[in-house]
Design a protein around this ligand. Structure first.
Ligand SMILES: Cc1cc2nc3c(=O)[nH]c(=O)nc-3n(C[C@H](O)[C@H](O)[C@H](O)COP(=O)(O)O)c2cc1C
Length: 208
């Protein structure tokens, strides 16, 4: 699916993209994503966030190492293994894309989202001040036809690596990391649980 400015189409088709063409992401497209991120809300409008573009060869090499760490964690958790060449099931196709993303991690531009700690706020509350920026970034990517994948590569064994090479101060959290690129294949409708499964009326256990 191509670029779209229809907010409903954008939100409902901002599916994770893990396979990219070799075409580099141009500065203007990436800047629009970063601009959209900066329009997000944050507690007290503090905007104590940094969106760090990682695109130098040195940083890409570190990102690739972080992806290896993440894959080691993800594989057993999700029961993932590399699919056989002739396996064309949905799961195999999904796993193949995930392996491709992680195997080719060093080829892509990505953005690291950092959030300043405040002693009064829990990490979850601090996350609430930067996750909207990440979602704005993802929607702006989708609106422009750009593909993106949120990753956990700045967690697990990758966190220390990224902190060191990017120079993240100790009082800043690494909130997330997003890989971007031009999709090989298209965007498509997200698959989510029906609304009735997740919406409750006045009480957690209501059936309405
Ligand atoms: C906090 C977080 C961490 C994620 N980490 C990874 C990751 O390390 N590798 C990956 O391939 N996808 C990762 N994802 C993408 C999710 O798998 C994806 O958003 C989810 O399966 C929904 O798929 P969809 O976006 O295609 O609808 C992550 C998503 C979130 C929200």
């Amino acid at each position: 699916m191509a670029a779209s400015t229809d907010v409903w189409e954008v939100m409902s088709t901002a599916r994770t993209i893990r396979r990219f063409t070799d075409e580099p992401v141009d500065d203007a497209t990436l800047t629009r994503c970063l601009q959209a991120a900066s329009w997000a809300p944050s507690g007290a409008n503090a905007q104590e966030w940094r969106f760090i573009v990682l695109n130098s060869p040195e940083l890409r090499a570190v990102v690739a190492k972080c992806a290896v760490h993440a894959l080691e964690v993800i594989e057993p958790v999700y029961g993932m293994s590399r699919p056989a060449d002739d396996d064309n099931s949905r799961r195999a196709r999904s796993n193949r894309a995930t392996y491709e993303l992680h195997d080719r991690a060093g080829e892509h531009t990505s953005v690291l989202f950092a959030q300043k700690r405040f002693p009064t706020a829990s990490e979850l509350l601090l996350g609430g001040s930067i996750f909207p920026a990440m979602q704005n970034f993802l929607l702006a990517a989708r609106a422009q036809g750009l593909g993106a994948c949120l990753t956990s590569w700045a967690s697990y064994g990758g966190e220390a690596l990224m902190r060191e090479v990017v120079g993240i101060p100790d009082d800043w959290l690494l909130a997330g990391h997003v890989v971007v690129g031009w999709p090989r294949g298209g965007h498509g409708p997200v698959r989510r649980r029906p609304l009735a499964d997740v919406v409750r009326l006045n009480h957690f256990s209501s059936t309405a």
